[in-house]
Structure formats: structure tokens, C-alpha cells
Design a binder for this molecule. Structure first.
Ligand code: SAH
Length: 233
């Protein structure tokens, strides 16, 4: 039988992938499971990669040198992130906009009046437009702001205000950038892959009485965080 790409039933593939992530314990909560079942990853991968959207692997975003992360990695991060309705989230590294859409689905489910919002920063211009288009098509653009800039300085850049309940870095950082710590609210969580440009440890930092309590989650591999408080270009 000839299997045309346009004939693929993505919802079946999505369900199968999510069931697999639940089975191996990478998706543990109902909220994360619900978000993964809702957000169509095929709308966030590069145009010629749609048929691979439900393989559990990172995929290149055109020839930008960047990637959409593997679903299991996003699942691990979301489970550690303890998202709830109404929280304000900052993401460094919008890429395709996929992880931002998943987080938006949890902090402000469709038709909710809740004030949850995701702000996601990206330094590659081509990806700004890509992420925005993907979020518009899938109905998340009102709950996610995509911003161009160097996320290693926080957002707004160098602000000393405590603005966010959660901050996630989706690129490999040499250390947790100082402004991210400052812009995190009390009891907030920062997740970041910290290490060199080849291998990192996913680090979870919780702000408790103004200090960061840091714990290591697992090993991981991300594209580098490039900026003033990251790696050099
Ligand atoms: N969360 C994305 C995957 C991101 S890959 C998704 O779901 O598709 C990491 C992204 O971080 C890349 O797009 C890269 O361009 C971006 N990035 C790297 N350094 C950055 C910086 N200093 N500020 C903002 N974005 C950065």
C-alpha cells in the first residue's frame, strides 16, 4: 500500500507517543498528559519533517542550526516544572514554539479566564516568525508572547523586578544567568541544562527566602545558549 504523507492520522500517532511516555514514567501527571495530547507537534516541526513529528527525537528547524527538543525531554522538564493555572512563565529559547504552547496549555487552558501567560525569548530572527506562525495557526498566540532578544539578560533585559513564577532555559547554559535568578519570584522554579556545549545536567533551582536551592535532575543534551551570560557565538 502506498502511504501518502497527507494521509497520516496525527491524532493516532500523538496518542501512541503520549501513551509510550506515560508507560515509561516520563509523563506522570494528568495535566502534562492532557497538554501533550492537545498540542499538535506536527504543526511545530519544520515543513518537510511532519511525518517524523511523533518520533521521540529532536528534529532540525530548517537550516537555522537549532532543534525542536525530543518529546521525552520536554516531558521530563514539564513534570519538574510544577505548572499551575495562572502562573507567569518565561522561556529562553522559543525555537518552534512547541514547548511554549504546551506550557500555555497548562497555565491557561483554552477558554479559561485565568491570567497565566508564557513569554518566550528567541535570538534567531527566522525562528521568531516560525514560532509566531505556528502559535497563531494552533490558537496559542493570545497566551504566548514571542520576543526577539538575548534571554541571558532576562526579560525585560536587565530588569531587577521579580516577574516570573517559572523560568525555563531550553538551551545549554554554562551557568544559570544572574538576571534569571533576580527575575524569579519567591518559591519560583528555574529549570536549565547547565554544562558545556556537548553535555549538560538539567538543573532545578527553587528560590527560597531569596536564595537558590539547586538540585540535579538528569543528564541532557541541548543546543548552546548564546549571549552575554551564555556561550559566545
Ligand atoms: N523550546 C524550543 C526548542 C529550543 S532549541 C522548542 O520547543 O522548539 C533552543 C533555542 O534557544 C534555539 O532556537 C536558539 O536559537 C535559542 N537561543 C539560544 N541562545 C539564546 C538566547 N541567548 N536568547 C534567546 N534564545 C536563545
Amino acid at each position: 500500500m502506498v502511504f501518502l504523507k497527507k494521509d497520516i492520522d496525527y491524532s493516532i500517532l500523538r496518542k501512541r507517543m503520549v501513551d509510550g511516555l506515560v508507560r515509561v514514567g516520563m509523563i506522570r501527571s494528568k495535566e502534562v498528559e492532557r497538554a501533550f495530547l492537545k498540542v499538535p507537534r506536527e504543526e511545530f516541526v519544520w515543513h518537510n519533517m511532519k511525518h517524523l513529528a511523533y518520533e521521540d527525537t529532536p528534529l532540525p528547524l530548517g537550516n537555522t542550526g537549532q532543534t525542536i527538543s525530543a518529546p521525552h525531554m520536554v516531558a521530563i522538564m514539564l513534570e519538574e516544572f510544577d505548572l499551575k493555572k495562572g502562573l507567569r512563565v518565561l522561556e529562553i529559547g522559543a525555537g518552534s514554539g512547541y514547548s511554549a504552547a504546551l506550557m500555555a496549555e497548562i497555565v491557561q487552558p483554552t477558554e479559561s479566564e485565568n491570567q497565566g501567560h508564557v513569554t518566550s525569548i528567541e535570538r534567531v530572527l527566522e525562528l521568531i516568525n516560525f514560532a509566531k506562525d505556528n502559535l497563531k495557526r494552533t490558537g496559542y498566540f493570545d497566551r504566548v508572547s514571542i520576543v526577539f532578544g538575548d534571554g541571558t539578560l532576562g526579560y525585560p533585559e536587565r530588569s531587577e523586578e521579580m516577574l516570573y513564577d517559572r523560568i525555563v532555559v531550553t538551551a545549554a547554559a554554562p551557568y544559570i544567568p544572574r538576571y534569571l535568578g533576580i527575575q524569579l519570584k519567591e518559591d519560583g522554579i528555574i529549570l536549565a541544562p547547565v554544562g558545556n556545549t556537548f553535555m549538560q545536567t538539567l538543573v532545578k533551582a527553587i528560590k527560597y527566602r531569596g536564595r537558590m536551592e539547586v538540585r540535579e535532575v538528569c543528564g541532557c543534551m541541548f543546543v548552546p545558549l548564546i549571549g552575554e551570560n551564555g556561550f559566545r557565538p
